[in-house]
Design a binder for this molecule. Structure first.
Ligand code: SF4
Length: 425
């Protein structure tokens, strides 16, 4: 077993795979990651300066140079032609495992994605802090199912406080095994919303910009270092031991979803509840209701910043597999304006867009600009019309889920609060 974040990669033939850990080490020096330190890391690892600069200017963990200079190499045809399309298919967990297991060759990987870059989502931190053993057991079962002896925990860079506990759990898991346990490495993720996308996550582990790529091939066919790779999130893996122990039917009946409730509520936190719980029960029961006395509930954004907008009329609707998404529930009281929320979302997606495809790269910036125009009141009708058109293009033509869903909340706000839509925040 290897617990080291750098030397444990076991991929000396691929110096780029060492790049992100090397840059993270340099970041810890006084003054952060300077140009000089980026160049030093590149020289030490034997990667081109420009490749190191490209990674250093992309990820949030390397904020110092990011603020001063940004570099991007234009490599793909879509980058030149400013267009991109992808065909997606949903692969469920068992299908991913089966696809990786059946892929030719003997080398393959399993990755536990503990990056959790989605705003208002903190259940992975909760799980790894309180139930790391369950998640690691699930990871080891996944390795067994896929038929690999190599796994990674892709750990968010600001979850460093969990590192020791995870290392302890890994040691205990290994000690309980018969010596044939998989080799598990902790890999510090450099951050970024886009790293939640599987192919972008893999690119980051190979020292590249976290840019999604069209699929197929799916990561379960060709992932990390071109080998079959299964990526599951922490909650999924933490559920695996119970499924193995009690069976699928028991799990279906007893399944509990983790909801991250945040925003204008009295008790923000992670709550475990059966699917079917209503928004009212979650917000006014578990989370104690609206924090500020005298203010009323206005809306909840369910499933993260690319999720659905629920208004007061939806309070008694059930949260189900079809709508709870990642389980994030952001509650906003009546003091929040729909346009203010829309602008916050637009700024976030413009900032997090990786820039690989034109519909999203151009679209996220345009959406933000149009919303600002709407706010000033100038040419409002024209800006709103353009906004609807740009949203449609982004949804239909963006390469990955970020661009395809970046305006979903805006559309929800417009549908739920038509009187406010277009009003000054
Ligand atoms: S949709 Fe956005 S985040 Fe996704 S690949 Fe295109 S530019 Fe990058």
């Amino acid at each position: 077993m290897v617990l080291d974040t750098v030397s444990g990669m076991g991929m000396r033939d691929n110096a780029r795979a060492e790049l992100i850990p090397g840059l993270l080490r340099e970041t810890r020096g006084p003054g952060g990651l300077t140009r000089k330190r980026v160049a030093r890391a590149a020289a030490r690892l034997g990667v081109p300066d420009v490749a190191a600069a490209e990674a250093a200017t992309f990820y949030p963990a390397f904020t110092a140079p990011r603020a001063r200079w940004q570099i991007r190499l234009c490599k793909s045809l879509s980058c030149h032609l400013e267009e991109g399309r992808a065909v997606y298919a949903a692969l469920r967990k068992a299908q991913k495992w089966a696809a990786a297991r059946e892929a030719p060759g003997s080398a393959r990987f399993v990755i536990m994605n503990a990056d959790q870059g989605e705003p208002w989502t903190f259940k992975d931190h909760h799980l790894l802090e309180h139930h790391a053993g369950r998640a690691i057991e699930g990871l080891l079962i996944a390795c067994h199912a896929v038929g690999t002896g190599r796994a990674y925990i892709y750990l968010r860079h600001d979850y460093d406080n969990l590192r020791r506990a995870l290392e302890r759990e890994l040691r205990q898991a290994m000690a309980a095994g018969d010596g044939g346990a998989p080799e598990v490495s902790l890999w510090t993720a450099p951050g970024g919303y886009i790293c939640g996308e599987e192919s972008a996550l893999i690119a980051s582990m190979m020292g590249r910009r976290a840019e999604p790529r069209p699929r197929p091939p799916f990561p379960a066919q060709a992932g990390l270092h071109g080998l079959p790779t299964v990526i599951n999130n922490v909650e999924t893996l933490a559920n695996v031991p119970a499924i193995i122990e009690h069976g699928a039917e028991w799990f279906r009946v007893n399944f509990r979803k983790l909801f991250c409730v945040s925003g204008d509520v009295k008790r923000r936190g992670v709550y475990e509840a059966a699917p079917g719980i209503t928004l009212r029960e979650l917000v006014f029961g578990n989370a104690g209701g609206i924090r500020r006395a005298g203010r009323k509930f206005k809306m909840a954004i369910v499933g993260g910043l690319s999720g659905q907008v629920w208004g007061a009329a939806d309070l008694d609707a059930p949260l189900t597999h079809a709508n709870f998404g990642n389980g994030a529930v952001m509650v906003l009281d009546e003091s929040r304006g729909a346009m203010e929320v829309a602008l916050n979302a637009a700024e976030f997606f413009r900032e997090e867009c990786c820039g690989a495809c034109a519909p999203c790269r151009q679209g996220t910036g345009t959406v933000e600009t149009l919303l600002k125009e709407v706010r000033t009141g100038k040419k409002r009708a024209k800006a709103l019309e353009q906004l609807a058109r740009v949203s449609r293009v982004m949804r239909d033509a963006s390469l990955c889920g970020l661009g395809q869903t970046a305006t979903r909340v805006l559309e929800g706000l417009r549908a739920k609060f038509p009187a406010e839509w277009g009003a000054r925040p």
